[in-house]
Ligand binder design. Sequence first.
Ligand code: ADP
Length: 549
Amino acid sequence: MLGLMQDKPLLISSLLEHAERFHPEVEVVSKTVEGTIHRTNWREIGQRARRLAISLEKQGVKKGSVVATLAWNTHRHVELYFAVMGLGAVLHTINPRLSPEHLDYIVNHAEGEILFFDTTFAPIVEKMQERFGHVKRFYAMAAEATLDKIAPKIRDLGSYEALIDNTPADPAFTWPQFDERTASSLCYTSGTTGNPKGVLYSHRSTILHACVGGLPDIMNTSANATILVVVPLFHVNAWGLPYSAAMTGTKLVLPGPHMDGKSMYELLRDERVTLAAGVPTVWQMLFQYVDANSLKPREDLCLKTALVGGSAAPRMMIERFDREFDTFLLHAWGMTEMSPLGVVCQLLPKHQHLPAEQRYDVQMKQGRAVWGVQLKIVDEDNQRLPHDGKARGRLLVSGPWIVDSYFKGEGGKILDEEGFFDTGDVAVIDDDGYITLVDRSKDVIKSGGEWISSIDLENVAVGCPGIAMAAVIGVSHPKWQERPLLVCVKKPGAELDKSTVLSYLEGKIAKWWTPDDVVFIDALPLTATGKIYKLGLRQQFKDYQLPTA
Ligand code: ADP
């Protein structure tokens, strides 16, 4: 027997309608590309998104059309999110840090008809426009009057602001209603191996993810919170924050291209931010700014939570946030294929009164599954392993916001017999359900039949005084197959050599994990999403001769 409740589709437009109606005055603050502070609110975002939608329809955008963006976190990008998806079209958010080959590939693969870009990216568009064959029209996210200065040599160019200015509000406009399984946005994986693959989210998956993302133990979005969204809107829908924030009428603070420590600190302080979300490299820059200027974050800021994911949060980051900022580092794990939320590391009641050091031990774990996500770890024969805090295996996931197949069927069948997707990560799960990520399966170091976690080693190494960043990779070894090489970047002015680093590690790691060598380089290569580019680093050191070899 079916229930007798109304069968209303879960649509993204409903989020904006709600924010506009019930939280009209709540601000959306952006640091613009030009560096000025721009203030708007959910009412205006709603009004402008509707006018934008009307003008996009006039341009021929309809259900299923693909509209691409090359844009930073600003109010305009948020408006595009709601305008495009509200129409039932697909927003393809492009990571501007991808290589030209990958950009070429994904823009053509996605078949975007219109491309919006922030003026920073005008040179990329100018250079690539002839290769973007499907794109009929380009829009610079700027006022019409500035176009000549910004982008003189781009074909079929229009201004974003003119699109809105030239479209009067239509009181009769309502957002179309359609099947909640309709595609809403498209995001490509970074393509560290092979071409990037598209993950096509739906209205249903997005809304369910937003409901869960906003819960108190997860991102705790609220009309009383203020969120600094450092994680880019071009990367997995900024972890779903714009949707959860619209649902609860949360104030958003958007840094534009300004992700340096100084800009972050000023936005946190001046906008009274209570939650900030970003990858660890961003917080490293914030710490460096705090150190260089002897700042007192505890006094200046009211940051309750730093949501950290994308790569492992090192212990020193958890400690510093706690001691110097009075901020809880909320560790989370997920991926593009998971919208991205998978697990979040909240403390349980039994942890609340633990001494700080033991609480940090818990916070180092990636966390426990949020409702909706099922996890399993399996061995080489795909047999389930116990959740005993010891067995380590490949981590597989399933749930209503987890990929079923890649866009246009790339990669073929990607789920196992039980409908689980292989994340490519290796993990341990304890009896409380906390997962600890051992490594990406391709990053784990295979030493004499045993595994060494590059994540664990890096976490300890970045705590060493004088080290700004650290990465550990496996280098081939005649006896052990692979041995760890520690690659470090020193803090400015730090005096440090191999022996100081190795003696720092002593006693903090198992003896046989000790890196066979330590090298210092000026900067670590980063991926398009700001993570350490391990594959590139392995290529760089592929012929490295370990002193022990
Ligand atoms: P990419 O890194 O390829 O741009 P994703 O953002 O989808 O794409 O990356 C997801 C991967 O990032 C995960 O599979 C995992 O390896 C890593 N990751 C995400 N969060 C964490 C975390 N908290 N700790 C360690 N690794 C993480």
